[in-house]
Design a protein around this ligand. Structure first.
Ligand SMILES: Cc1cc2nc3c(=O)[nH]c(=O)nc-3n(C[C@H](O)[C@H](O)[C@H](O)COP(=O)(O)OP(=O)(O)OC[C@H]3O[C@@H](n4cnc5c(N)ncnc54)[C@H](O)[C@@H]3O)c2cc1C
Length: 460
């Protein structure tokens, strides 16, 4: 367990109103004491973000025996799956023959969700879905609790700063109900999706001026389950857009995914910069407005929706793309499309280069043919998790080091989990061998993964 007792300094309490009220003149706010609780935690491995990559990273490092602190801003783990409500385990199997190409923790979570056998070699669909996202939260809770001797979880905790000196991260700051908390880790794994911690620590990264659009997922109840419902739904959205009620949309994907008369919709499309707090807030509001505009259009024009009701939108709008670190190797489209093999491969990807445009695309998500950008299962090298300049930092998930095109494939859920598992094991190995993660031999990480029935499919 991290040492929570090391330092605990308390200052006079500021009132919440002073901190929150934007109407208070700046001069008056400055005269108030800037009091806050401060405490310092130490840990072997700090995993930042408990989404797809982070959950796998934390489990992987803790199971190997490292003392791990997992920090997540949501009150639960699972990231996109639980906070944006995305049930897909894309990347688990090759599209051509449904052959499983990712084992380890992603396959374990899929099988524990009741979708396949623990040692499945094939799955029924190349893009299987889990039946229930709440149960997935519980599965992660239980998996973490099984590691409680090594793993401490802090939910409702927002990482907000990192301090690096001498080429290492010395401390990371988070904010939660304890106030501002300083964490002093030996190794950091950034799984925030946005490379927040890597960026704050000064690791080089890139972010395109225009990134893929954001999407809020929502569910509508009491819809008549009729065949080809997407057709009339599409027509209704075209009409709503013409009336000026809906700026952009895609598809729409209208799926009876979780219940017989309940649809799950991904069709919202909001262009925004997800690393800009104000623009992200605007996007959240636009996403809710667009989701409700879609629902109203269907209720108005599609008979199957006559008695329907808006069930719920998931808490967060989903971010597809933001920062990507520039690591020791930048994985490229060419690496993917030529199935380039790497000695230090630690994971396999297999999804197509799934790049959503910032415009309406009627009937589908993309304005290109996915089969034209469908690679064979490909290697992801350890060096694409290793940033430049910071020796004790790994970055896993959708913010690892890849070109924009390659990232459009590596960003899917299972591939992110596989990278997280590798990063967690690498962090533990670095501590065992007293070697910085930046200097660790990726071939050794691959061997260790292979020994526990994980890692790239070529070792299968
Ligand atoms: C709308 C949408 C639809 C998608 N559709 C599919 C699909 O159909 N199939 C598929 O496989 N993939 C899909 N993807 C892509 C995929 O889901 C993500 O790219 C994938 O989840 C990446 O995993 P990750 O671990 O990097 O990020 P995430 O799963 O997003 O995890 C990041 C975690 O870090 C936490 N976090 C972030 N910043 C902080 C902070 N500062 N402090 C504390 N915690 C923080 C977040 O709350 C989150 O839990 C979709 C993505 C989106 C947005």
């Amino acid at each position: 367990m991290p040492d929570v007792s090391q330092t605990r300094r308390r200052f006079m309490h500021a009132t919440a109103t002073v901190a929150a009220a934007s109407t208070i003149p700046a001069a008056m706010a400055n005269n108030e004491s800037t009091s806050r609780a401060k405490r310092t935690l130490t840990t072997d491995v700090l995993v930042c973000g408990g989404g797809c990559a982070g959950s796998a990273a934390a489990l992987s490092a803790a199971r190997r025996g490292a003392k791990v602190l997992l920090v997540e801003k949501a009150p639960f783990a699972g990231g996109i799956i639980t906070s944006v409500g995305l049930p897909y385990f894309d990347g688990i199997a090759n599209i051509r023959d449904n052959r499983v190409v990712v084992r380890g923790i992603p396959l374990e979570l899929l099988s524990k969700s009741g979708v396949c056998a623990a040692d499945a070699k094939k799955v029924a669909k190349h893009n299987p879905t889990i039946p229930n996202t709440f149960e997935f939260k519980r599965l992660l809770d239980q998996s973490f609790q099984e590691q409680s001797s090594n793993l401490t979880v802090l939910f409702n905790s927002f990482l907000c700063d990192a301090h690096a000196s001498g080429g290492r991260i010395q401390s990371v700051t988070l904010a939660n109900k304890d106030g501002l908390v300083t964490v002093q880790p030996k190794v950091v794994i950034d799984c925030t999706g946005d490379a927040d911690v890597a960026a704050w620590a000064g690791a080089p990264f890139e972010q395109n001026a225009e990134v893929q659009p954001l999407t809020l997922h929502f569910r509508v109840g009491n819809v008549k389950n009729e065949p080809n419902l997407s057709g009339p739904c599409r027509v209704a959205l075209e009409a709503a857009q013409k009336r000026g009620e809906l700026p952009f949309y895609y598809g729409p994907g209208v799926m009876f995914m979780f219940g017989k008369n309940e649809i799950y919709v991904h069709g919202v499309r909001v262009p925004a910069d997800p690393t800009n707090a104000a623009d992200l807030s605007r996007a959240e509001m636009q996403g809710r407005a667009d989701a409700h505009a879609m629902f109203r259009a269907w209720k108005r024009d599609v008979p199957a929706f006559a008695d329907s009701y808006f069930l719920e939108a998931y808490p967060w709008i989903g971010v597809r793309e933001s920062r990507r670190i520039i690591g020791q190797h930048v994985l490229s489209e060419e690496d993917l499309m030529t199935s380039r093999r790497f000695d230090d491969a630690i994971a396999t990807g297999c999804w197509y280069l799934d790049l959503h445009p910032n415009k309406t695309t009627i009937g589908s998500a993309n304005d290109f043919k996915p089969e034209k950008v469908q690679p064979e299962p490909y290697d992801i090298p350890y060096r694409s998790l290793v940033p430049q300049r910071i020796a004790n930092l790994l970055v896993a998930g959708r913010c690892h080091s890849a070109t924009r095109g390659a990232h459009a494939s590596t960003r899917v859920t299972v591939t992110a989990m596989a990278m997280g598992e590798a990063a967690g094991l690498a962090a533990a190995l670095s501590l065992e061998s007293n070697t910085e993660v930046a200097q660790l031999d990726g071939v050794k990480v691959r061997e260790a993964l292979s020994n526990q029935n994980a890692g790239p499919f070529t070792d299968n």
